[in-house]
Design a protein around this ligand. Structure first.
Ligand SMILES: C[S@@+](CC[C@H](N)C(=O)[O-])C[C@H]1O[C@@H](n2cnc3c(N)ncnc32)[C@H](O)[C@@H]1O
Length: 276
């Protein structure tokens, strides 16, 4: 191949990102490619599902708190549907991206705040708190989970509803996490390869997920890694932690379903918790 045809890549920003790879999740580069990585995720369908659950549990919802809102995809869709929404996320870059999307929206109806869902405090209460796409799995320890759930309860009105999805322990143990490669062509000069390598820790109920990303943009090559410690949950422990945190009723469904109980083949489940 002649010199002319060779693609030249320069490595940028990767050193700083890699230095903190143990601590940082949803860092600058990973956040930047997040929407491209999940471009096929059907956020509208998920918001339809949330509305189906509001109706099923007879909760009149006007105000929604979106915990771990990420780049704001549920929050924005819900605000477009007429709800008042506040989104909270710990990642500065995810919140920046979410906020940038607000340019053409009615800002009285939606707001994003950078904070930690374990100990945020807003001086208002909501009809519904949602936490979508395994956000609760990032809270690895029992005491932090109880802190988070108690905090959610404090931010709910008396007949409020808390909806979140998590990885389901029985399915994780049955199906086992496996290595995966995802390749995404954003445009001619922009591509992503992500290699996902999981390590199962049955004692701690954690899958340590290593993401190695190769991101090519306009002849620049970014190679970086993030390690995400994802907790998976068994129904009885979730029920116990939610009840300790003050929730009276807890229901489980396979994710995006409402008619049957989860089984060992349902990797993602939805938990619905009611304050009374
Ligand atoms: C898989 S993303 C989901 C984002 C969004 N809910 C969605 O469905 O696209 C998980 C999000 O949880 C956030 N997160 C993890 N731990 C958090 C914490 N302690 N407080 C607030 N946000 C947290 C991450 O920053 C990330 O944006």
């Amino acid at each position: 191949m002649g010199e002319k045809n060779k693609t030249k890549y320069s490595k940028e920003n990767t050193k700083a990102e890699n230095k903190n790879k143990e601590q940082i999740v949803f860092g600058h580069l990973y956040s930047q490619i997040y929407d491209a990585l999940y471009k096929d995720k059907d956020y509208q369908r998920e918001c339809d599902y949330l509305e189906e659950l509001f109706k099923m549990f007879r909760v009149r919802v006007r105000k929604i708190l979106d915990l771990g809102c990420g780049t704001g995809n549920h929050s924005i869709e819900l605000a477009k549907r007429g709800y008042e929404v506040i989104g909270i996320d710990i990642s500065e870059k995810m919140i920046t991206i979410a906020t940038e999307k607000l340019k053409n929206l009615n800002k009285r109806r939606i707001k994003f705040i950078r904070d930690d869902i374990r100990n945020f405090s807003l001086n208002e209460r909501f009809d519904a708190v949602i936490s979508m796409f395994a956000v609760i799995g990032y809270i690895n320890e029992n005491d932090d989970l109880i802190k988070t759930f108690s905090n959610v309860r404090e931010h709910l009105k008396e007949d409020g509803i808390f909806i979140f999805d998590v990885w389901f322990g029985p399915a994780v143990i049955n199906l086992k996490p496996t290595q995966k490669v995802k390749e995404i062509d954003i445009r001619e000069s922009e591509k992503i390869f992500r290699i996902t390598t999981p390590k199962l820790d049955v004692m701690r109920h954690i899958v340590e997920v290593n993401f190695k990303v190769i991101y090519i943009k306009e002849n620049k090559l970014h190679i970086f890694e993030e390690n995400h410690k994802m907790r998976f949950f068994f129904p009885k422990e979730l029920e116990l932690m939610l009840k300790i945190s003050g929730f009276k009723r807890v229901y489980f469904f396979p994710f995006l379903e409402t008619e049957r109980k989860p089984d060992e083949n349902d990797w993602n489940i939805t938990a619905v918790s009611l304050k009374k």
